[in-house]
Ligand binder design. Structure first.
Ligand code: 5AD
Ligand code: SF4
Length: 588
């Protein structure tokens, strides 16, 4: 077999050291494509071979190397819909259409990936693809992947091996099954995946989802296709994600992408590229639409939400510098101008008084007083802040390049608690980072005891190639020590969270109902303002806004619940009455 063509595309963007090498690949015809001319008996297969020959002929007279260099350096155009994007000269408009092919999407990792799945699906849907939740009937399987820790990648490799069997067993009477890797793993491993897992047909990095119809059209002809180009400005601002669950009460709205912080352990800046914010107007438009659809909660989403800075409107590009939290520094030059997170939060919270607003994930350095003030003042901004500490040892924080000491972090916690009484705090921690001693570990234990977080996400350190820690530090904490320390952190976190959550017992809390509890169909489940799960019996109750009315709570209703018991992760109680977000302080 002979490679049709292979192009290495080097992005010549001096401004973007992260996105230094990116490429589009068309590879050797794969096993499927080598045989169908002789073995595939069905008419569809023959027409597919004809189409393939035709396609190969057009490729031969297709674009040259300069074409790809041009498109790499040209600023990204934002077409209003993907199907009107300037078609690649070697593809017809018809080939870019999905032709009712069924796509099965599987998501791994963080909430950003869930949102990316909805964006990818929105793009494919407009191109004529159908979605299926049945793996067996899929024509295309796309995995939206995560690279944050080794274990996350291992899960995806295991899944790929299962899918390989599905692909091999596929009857010849059906069109060949295509498998694609989207997101962080595609970006991190690039060609390695195509080489290692020959059954993978398609790679699309986190900034390449607009290119999916073209990549799939190339794949359709039996070639492998990849686009792992990182962008300086892609925010998918014009793409309305398709909500996966139409009955949902909450939605995530992506407000920014990428990260400039370069914490020494983190792969994210390398897989998701430079930090860029979506224009405020398009965010407000999406939130308005979600409010019109009746959604009751929106979480503003990004790798670094509170570093938000929309500089798309020239008049706001003044010389005002970013205000950092007291005692905090950033790893990059202070940014100036643009519309900041406090402005966005203010605008979003004004759209619908019945809509709860949350945001994740922030960095502790970007909590100026105006953001804290706003959270305190607005009844619909949840009094819940995720404040990822990562470690309780100043020495380790320095090695992690987090830009703060333990003392500065603790001072910020106090300041937040004074500014927002009753605020609920959560955090991320990494156990066993490079050089972490037993003493450093105990410092983290003591931070957990001191802050008493309501929620926590704890991980064992997993060394990632490309990061600063990989190049400069030694992953010297043995695996069993990492795991033991992680267990200790989890135990202490649970003890403290149980204590913190027990304070709620006897109090009345406002709960947004999500649906029936997974464990019992006689219980309802929802979330309080602090985002903690609350379970209560599904019984008739009064309505605070309509005296005399007896109702049963439905998903999307706000219910006042009296808390009767608490664990480290859940509260239990009984419902007092249905109410609204605005009326929630009124007595039942
Ligand atoms: N190893 C372990 N945990 C990590 N995180 C990020 N990178 C790593 C890594 N290499 C954790 C951090 C971050 C969360 C999303 O994942 O705690 O806040
Ligand atoms: Fe990773 Fe640090 Fe950016 Fe979070 S802030 S995504 S931990 S580099």
């Amino acid at each position: 077999m002979r490679p049709l063509w292979c192009i290495l595309q080097i992005q010549r963007s001096l401004k973007c050291p992260l996105a230094s090498v990116s490429w589009l690949l068309r590879r050797t015809c794969r096993t499927h494509s080598s045989s169908p001319s002789t073995t595939c008996p069905d008419p569809q297969g023959q027409s597919s071979v004809r189409a393939q020959k035709d396609f190969s002929a057009r490729l031969a007279t297709g674009p040259d190397f300069q074409h790809f260099l041009r498109s790499a350096s040209a600023p990204q155009q934002k077409p209003s819909s993907p199907e009107v994007e300037d078609p690649a000269p070697y593809l017809t408009a018809d080939e870019l259409l999905g032709r009712q092919r069924k796509v099965y999407l599987e998501t791994y990792g963080c909430q950003m990936n869930v949102n990316d799945t909805e964006i990818a699906w929105s793009i494919l849907q407009k191109s004529g693809y159908l979605r299926t939740s049945n793996l067996q009937e899929a024509d295309v399987i796309l995995l939206v992947t995560c690279s944050i820790r080794e274990k996350a990648e291992q899960t995806i490799w295991n899944r790929l091996h299962q899918l390989k069997a599905l692909k091999t067993k596929r009857p010849r009477s059906r069109i060949p099954l295509r498998i694609g890797i989207l997101g962080c793993m595609a970006e991190r491993l690039k060609g390695e995946i195509l080489d290692r897992e020959k059954m993978v047909d398609l790679l699309a990095g986190p900034d390449a989802y607009r290119d999916l119809p073209r990549l799939l059209a190339v794949v359709e002809s039996g070639q492998q296709a990849a686009n792992v180009l990182l962008s300086l400005d892609e925010t998918y601002a014009d793409i309305m994600p398709v909500q996966t669950s139409p009955s949902a009460t909450s939605a995530f709205v992506s407000i920014m992408r990428g990260c400039d912080n370069m914490c020494s352990y983190c792969i994210v800046p390398f897989t998701r590229g430079r930090e860029r914010s979506r224009p405020v107007v398009s965010i407000l438009e999406e939130v308005r639409k979600l409010s019109e659809q009746g959604l009751k909660e929106v979480t503003l989403l990004g790798q670094n939400v509170n570093s938000f800075r929309d500089n798309s409107e020239v008049q706001f590009n003044n010389a005002v510098s970013t205000k950092l939290s007291r005692g905090f520094t950033s790893n990059y030059k202070t940014k100036q101008g643009g519309l900041r997170f406090s402005h966005l939060l203010d605008q979003v919270s004004r759209i619908d008084p019945e809509m709860r607003i949350r945001f994740t994930s922030p960095h502790p350095k970007d909590f100026p007083d105006e953001v804290l003030q706003l959270i305190h003042e607005r009844h619909n901004i949840c009094k819940q802040i995720h404040l990822p500490a990562q470690s309780g040892s100043s020495r380790v924080l320095d090695a992690m390049r987090r830009g703060y000491s333990r003392e500065a972090y603790v001072e910020l916690v106090h300041h937040i608690r004074e500014s927002i009484p009753g605020v609920s705090l959560s955090s991320d921690f990494i156990a066993g980072f490079c050089g972490e001693t037993e003493e450093d570990h105990l410092q983290t234990v003591s931070l957990l005891r001191e802050v008493k977080y309501n929620m926590g996400f704890l991980f064992a350190y997993s060394m990632r190639q490309k990061t600063r820690a990989y190049h400069r530090l030694k992953d010297d904490v043995p695996e069993e020590v990492k795991l033991r320390r992680l267990e200790e952190l989890i135990t202490v976190f649970r003890e403290e969270a149980s204590k913190a959550n027990k304070i709620s017992v006897g109090r009345t809390q406002l709960v947004l109902v999500e649906g029936f509890s997974k464990r019992s169909s006689t219980d309802l489940c929802g979330r309080n303002d602090g985002n903690l799960k609350v379970i209560f019996s599904d019984a008739e109750m009064g309505d605070a806004t309509c005296p005399g009315l007896q109702v049963r709570a439905q998903p999307g209703d706000y219910v006042l619940v009296k808390i009767t018991s608490a664990s480290s992760q859940t509260l239990r109680g009984h419902a007092l009455c249905r109410t609204t977000l605005k009326h929630s302080s009124a007595p039942c």
